[in-house]
Each structure stands twice: as C-alpha cells, then as structure tokens.
Design a protein around this ligand. Structure first.
Ligand SMILES: [Fe+2]
Ligand SMILES: [Fe+2]
Length: 190
C-alpha cells in the first residue's frame, strides 16, 4: 500500500519537484514522531504522503466531489479545498476509509480542536519538515518529540502570524483551533 501510494504521489507531483521534496520531508518527520509517540506508522505514512496530493489541481477539480455546503463554507479560504480534495482522492483511488487517516489529511492546514495524535503529527510535520525554510523548524521538531500539544499550539501561532503578515484575516476555525490548544496547554481542557 505505501509503495503504491508513494508511486502515485510521485507521478501526480512530478512537475513540482519542490513540493515532492516537501511531501517526503513531511513523511520522514511524521514517521519519526509516530515512532516516538507510538502512533501507527502505516497510517501516519499514508496521511503524510497524500496530504498535498491535490495541491496543484484546478480549483474546479478540487471541489468536484464536494457538496455545495462545503464549497460555500470555505469560499473565502480556498486553500482548504486541496486538503479536502486529497482526502476524497485517497478514498476514491485507494479505498481508504479510516477516518483518522482522512482527518489527518483534511485538517492539515489549520488543524482543529481535539485532534488525535496522528492528526497532530501530520499538522506539525507539515510546518517543521526540514525542507521548510523556517528557522525554528528544528526547535519545533524537538518540542514535538516531547509534547505534541505544545508543538501544535506553536505551529498554529506561526501559521496565524504568517497569514496576518500577508494581510489576510485568519479564519474563525483556525482561531478556534488555536485557542483550544492554548487552553489544553494551560491545563484548562484535558
Ligand atoms: Fe497542504
Ligand atoms: Fe504540505
């Protein structure tokens, strides 16, 4: 299964070498974190390899199998479509029905409240894989080896700051997820 998925992703992103390098960086980082935190390696691998599968599809293709409600819900934040579309493609092409894998892909952009460890690992690895030119990616990885919730909050903060710096308002869902993990790390949510 993993080899078939690797092959499919390589083929799909063959014109996008940088993205492919990123995807394999996420994959390696996520597997390391999964080993440390005793999360299923195969499931993490599938989610990591497939998370940006639909990144370069036309928006019309990304939303093709989505219901109108979802399309409208994210019309202001079309970046989310590539995540939703990748989950749909994995289900269609590889018959993956495991909701944890699919959610790891669906929520890799903003995260969401109450994620499983697998989802957190994909979310964090997307920010801190070594090919991302974040100066603090090593520090984030170190943090994630010790505490996934702390690293999740940290990555959410970076992502929100990044969006604001570009003059875009963070989405309500993104803010909600961030506040959720702030509360978790303050011990207010168990
Ligand atoms: Fe992505
Ligand atoms: Fe990514």
């Amino acid at each position: 299964m993993i080899d078939a998925i690797k092959k499919r992703v390589e083929e799909k992103l063959s014109g996008h070498q940088k993205r492919l390098t990123h995807v394999f960086g996420v994959y390696e980082t996520a597997v390391k974190l999964a080993e440390i935190h005793h999360v299923n390696i195969e499931k993490v691998s599938i989610a990591a390899l497939f998370h940006d599968f639909a990144k370069y599809d036309e928006i019309e293709d990304q939303v093709m199998h989505m219901d109108l409600k979802t399309i409208k819900q994210y019309a202001e934040y079309p970046v989310i479509y590539h995540a939703m579309a990748a989950a749909i493609a994995l289900e269609h092409e590889f018959h993956v029905r495991d909701q944890e894998i699919l959610n790891g892909i669906r929520y890799h952009v903003w995260g969401r409240p109450n994620m499983s460890d697998l989802e957190k690992i994909i979310f964090i690895s997307d920010s801190c894989e070594p090919n991302r030119n974040f100066s603090d990616s090593e520090m984030i990885f170190e943090m994630a080896t010790k505490d996934l919730n702390q690293a999740t909050e940290y990555c959410m903060k970076i992502s929100i700051d990044h969006v604001i710096a570009k003059g875009i308002n963070p989405s309500p869902e993104q803010m909600e997820s961030y506040h959720y993990y702030k509360e978790v790390n303050r011990g207010e949510i168990k």
